[in-house]
Design a binder for this molecule. Structure first.
Ligand code: F3S
Length: 76
């Protein structure tokens, strides 16, 4: 059994102030709750095709609330 490294997005709820840029730039990855604060969709796992959008969203959050981490995932 091997291990894959996958990128996963997270929102720090302590930092998020609802600027919504993450959602505007990467709506497939981030949604807004009823207060307008961001949360990741699903597990937060970033498909390879959305990696660029994820990094752009991270770079554009003025509160530095978007985190992108690499996590190990068991494979085959
Ligand atoms: Fe929050 Fe930043 Fe998005 S403040 S709504 S994580 S752009």
């Amino acid at each position: 059994m091997s291990e894959n490294r996958v990128l996963t997005a997270r929102i720090d709820p302590e930092k998020c102030q609802g600027h919504a840029r993450c959602h505007a730039l990467a709506p497939e990855l981030f949604e807004l709750d009823e207060l307008g604060n961001a949360r990741v969709r699903g597990s937060g796992r970033i498909p390879p095709a959305l990696e660029d959008q994820a990094w752009i969203a991270r770079a554009n959050c003025p509160e530095l609330a978007v985190e992108i981490v690499e996590v190990a995932e068991a494979a085959g």
